[in-house]
Design a protein around this ligand. Structure first.
Ligand code: FES
Length: 65
């Protein structure tokens, strides 16, 4: 997924499971999109497909946290 930081989509899914709510969370936890940013779109769609739009406003309610 993120070549620059060597992060797999599996790791991203796991962090989403563990409560990552936004790209900022993923960046903080895994360093995703911290370099070239090419993985940003794919990481975003992973967030979306997890049922979260990544807005972070709900505090995780949209994912049933
Ligand atoms: S591929 Fe993720 S920052 Fe470059």
């Amino acid at each position: 997924m993120c070549i620059c930081r060597g992060v797999t989509d599996h790791q991203i899914r796991q962090e989403i499971e563990n409560g990552a709510l936004s790209m900022a969370d993923l960046n903080q936890r895994l360093g995703v999109a911290g370099q070239c940013g090419r993985c940003g779109q794919s990481a975003k769609s992973l967030l979306k497909s997890s049922g979260c739009n990544g807005c972070g406003k709900c505090g995780g309610a949209c994912k049933g946290h």
